[in-house]
Design a protein around this ligand. Structure first.
Ligand code: HEC
Length: 229
């Protein structure tokens, strides 16, 4: 019995240590993205920014243009003028114009599809990643990244970083991050609202059921069906 306990304990200790080692390997301080999925203006700005700066390389192929238009309240004209640049249809999924071959040679890595990155990496990761490019002459594009070491992606937002105030730049990155969070789970927009409604409904149902129970038991407790003591 004792030996078995010992083995279990040492196995758990080993597990804990290995977790720790794993954690220290990716010991990057992530900034809080502070995104707000209910902020529609931020999502709209993020969508425009994404389509202008990122969609040339990155697809978000689980998302369609008309879904974005509907969810974010963007008119079809605005979609066609500001968010769609190729000859896609409004109902098409958002694939990038990158050819199958080529990117691997140009960048060293394929620009990944970002449909689920919001969930896989989390908003803090994306936010910090986009802000963490630094000059590094040994890299092909002259930049490296603190969060994703030797990232094959150029510092796309360098112009914004140079021209905008620190707050405005942070806000732009926050908007893009917010948009990618929305893309990774569009149902978030209605999930919270439905949740609150369901709880409200259950609360009202609870009160009604309680009153009904009182009415039923009135007879048993005080009326003609009362048990003889
Ligand atoms: C010139 C092409 C190009 C553009 C434009 C571009 N990226 Fe990238 N991006 C890449 C490549 C290539 C990678 C792969 C990096 C690697 O794995 O080394 C990448 C990786 C990423 C990743 C990491 C994904 C992961 O999970 O590892 C994120 C997030 C990302 N890009 C976001 C963006 C955003 C947001 C924009 C627009 C502001 C953008 N990218 C614009 C080429 C690009």
């Amino acid at each position: 019995m004792n030996t078995r306990l010992n083995t279990t304990l040492s196995a758990m200790a080993a597990l804990l240590i290995s977790f720790n080692v794993g954690a220290s390997g990716t010991d990057i301080h992530l900034e809080a993205a502070n995104t707000d999925i209910t902020d529609q203006a931020s999502l709209q700005r993020g969508a425009t920014s994404f389509m202008n700066n990122c969609s040339g390389c990155h697809s978000i192929e689980f998302m369609r243009y008309n879904r974005i238009a509907k969810d974010l309240n963007i008119s079809k004209e605005d979609m066609l003028n500001n968010l769609m640049f190729n000859s896609e249809k409004i109902g098409s999924p958002i694939v990038s114009s990158m050819p199958e071959k080529g990117p691997k040679d140009w960048f060293g890595n394929m620009p990944p599809d970002l449909s689920l990155t919001g969930r896989a990496r989390g908003t803090d990761w994306i936010y910090t990643y986009l802000k963490s490019f630094y000059a590094d002459d040994t890299r092909p594009y002259g930049v490296n990244n603190h969060v994703l070491k030797n990232a094959a992606m150029p510092d796309i937002l360098w112009q914004s970083k140079r021209d905008k105030s620190a707050e405005a730049f942070d806000q732009e990155v926050r908007d893009i991050t917010n948009f990618l969070d929305y893309v990774s789970e569009p149902a978030q927009l209605i999930r919270y609202r439905i949740g609150v409604n369901v709880l409200g409904f259950l609360f009202v149902l609870f009160i009604l059921s309680y009153l009904l129970k009182q009415a039923y038991w009135q007879d048993v407790k005080y009326g003609k069906w009362r048990a003889k003591d």
